[in-house]
Design a protein around this ligand. Sequence first.
Ligand code: UT7
Length: 331
Amino acid sequence: MSKISAAITAVGAYVPDFVLTNKLLETMVDTNDEWITTRTGIKERRILKEEGQGTSFLAIEAAKDLLKKKNLDPKEIDLVIVATATPDILVASTAVYTATQIGATNAFGYDLQAACSSFLYAMSTGAAYIESGRYKKVLIIGADKMSSIIDYTDRATCIIFGDGAGAVLLEPNEEGLGLQDEYLRSDGQGREFLKIEAGGSILPPSKETVEKGQHFVHQDGKTVFKFAVSNMADVAEKIMTRNNLSHEDVDWLVPHQANLRIIDATANRMKLDDSKVLKNIQRYGNTTSATLPLLLSDFEKQFKKGDNLVFAAFGGGFTWGSIYLKWAYNS
Ligand code: UT7
């Protein structure tokens, strides 16, 4: 029997309607379109405005988009993993609620949190279930309502992040397509540089933590930038070397969308032509767990069966890594 690998067989996505432009941000904090564009590459991001709607709303819409495109009965799904840094509520998993809402009544589900590397790690986890033969249909959703943890008076963070969701279906493949290799890393010494201080078990929420804005995300942008640039390029280069991939063999780089300069630095190290580097940061900003599946959804029509995709991400924790995957279908 040939080896079973885990292939992406469908994608879906959702972004909210409200567009937060650089121009609008200029009216909220001391910033300007030119600074944001040259330092980050971002022009606009989407924000989920409606009260009472959390990350599950985004996840459910992305999953529904996938189910419709694939014409898939949700009852066939075995497992739903929601990669997110912004769960609906604490303790009760967003994935469980999402699975129920989309009619995946035969599935179990759980959330996976690794900041901006959540989706990459979730693909690895989902693929392991498929490769083992234990499950046949695993739905991985990357979803974040970043606007729920952003301080819109802090110009260092509010210009970067946006809301969105993307989903992929993983299924067994016996043609040698799908996930080929992964190189995932983490380093807890990085946790000081990108975090939400309060609301967890070390510093539970209180009137004082809220007054100090400790429930918002804070980042030491310069330090994170430095680590992101070198580590994302390192892992991408490593995955190419150990799979004997030259820059000509790589068809697409699927990089986490945190900053255009980080994406370009990774692509340069890989010696990739710009036409192979997927980017939509200008439209969505950094949607954390959603950046990679949103790219897959936006560029799906350009992928051909057998194409070599290299994913790379870096995020808080620190967490980072790269995945090498062969695309499994023509759209
Ligand atoms: O996805 C998870 C991982 N996260 C990342 O990968 C993010 C990594 N970091 C970055 O992308 C960048 O560090 C930022 C985009 C966050 C910041 O860009 P930077 O080039 O590192 O700027 P900086 O923080 O060094 O600030 C440079 C200057 C400062 O002014 P002075 O001290 O030179 O006078 C800042 O106060 O720019 C100022 N500044 C701004 N000016 C206008 C900071 N934010 C803004 C702003 N608008 N929004």
